[in-house]
Design a protein around this ligand. Structure first.
Ligand code: MF3
Ligand code: CO
Length: 254
């Protein structure tokens, strides 16, 4: 069941989204050689709490941290631990904040110091694949059109697109209907309607896009060991232009 949000719900989701986006930016600013992943997770947790929110991921299905930090061939759901970042790594940060009962969910990938041109392109192209799809996040288009837009942008540039994990509706729960694949045919699936709030999150690979999950039950890596990037925003579908809910706040949140 797709939940349509009221104007009041959206006001709260803007705040949840701003907190999540602030945490994402903070984590990104900490990505540099010599930093231990758990230091970033700690700062993210403190940031979220200090804004009167809760870290959505912490304890979700038993997940042990406040954010996911996924380095190089780790695609998603990397658990922040004692790994120390080194020059040339790329680090995907995924973070959710729950504020007054609503969730904001977002991710981005950051270079650690100087990275290769190929890796810089991966990050840029992953972000752009989201913005290509953003153009059609409008009433009347279908969920399948989003995946088709991401896939065509990425495939024409030689990338693999992860199919085993998807974006999703988001609201009082982090994962609501509908699932939002990053690939597949246009013209299929539910129609976008104003009041829907969706998390769109391309996961793009330099190799095939085939992934496997490690025995820790979380960490998802590329099968071929090639690098991957992730970009995600929570988006509000309206009668006109779509609105990014995981945008940085222009004034203090509370
Ligand atoms: N953004 C991810 C998702 O939408 C984050 C979930 S990680 C978890 O699924 F640990 F919370 F599960
Ligand atoms: Co998500």
């Amino acid at each position: 069941m797709i939940v349509i949000k009221s104007a009041k719900d959206i006001e709260i989701m803007k705040k949840a989204g701003a907190i999540a986006a602030g945490a994402r930016a903070l984590a990104g600013s900490m990505v540099r050689p010599g930093v231990e992943l758990r230091q970033i997770d700690k700062a993210v947790h403190q940031f979220i709490l200090s804004h009167g929110a809760k870290a959505t991921f912490l304890g979700y299905g038993g997940y042990p941290a406040s954010c996911c930090l996924s380095v190089n061939e780790v695609v998603i759901h990397g658990i922040p631990g004692n790994q120390v970042l080194k020059e040339g790594d790329i680090v995907s940060v995924d973070v959710g904040a729950t504020f007054q009962g609503f969730v904001g969910d977002c991710a981005d990938t950051f270079p650690c110091g100087a990275v290769s041109q190929e890796d810089e392109a991966l990050i840029r192209d992953t972000r752009q694949s989201f913005w290509e799809a953003f153009k059609i996040m409008r009433e009347g288009y279908r969920i399948g059109d989003i995946g088709a837009a991401v896939e065509s942008y990425c495939r024409s540039r030689g990338y693999g697109v992860v199919w085993e994990y998807t974006g999703h509706g988001v609201g009082r729960a982090m994962h609501e209907d509908p699932a939002i694949p990053n690939l597949g045919p246009a013209g299929h699936g539910a129609r976008l309607k104003s009041g829907m709030t969706i998390a769109v999150e391309p996961m793009i690979c330099q190799g095939t896009g085939d992934v496997h999950r490690l025995s820790d039950g979380w960490t998802v890596k590329t099968k071929d060991g090639k690098k991957s990037a992730h970009y995600e925003n929570t988006v509000w579908i309206t009668r006109s232009d779509p609105v990014i809910l995981t945008a940085l706040a222009e004034k203090p949140i509370r």
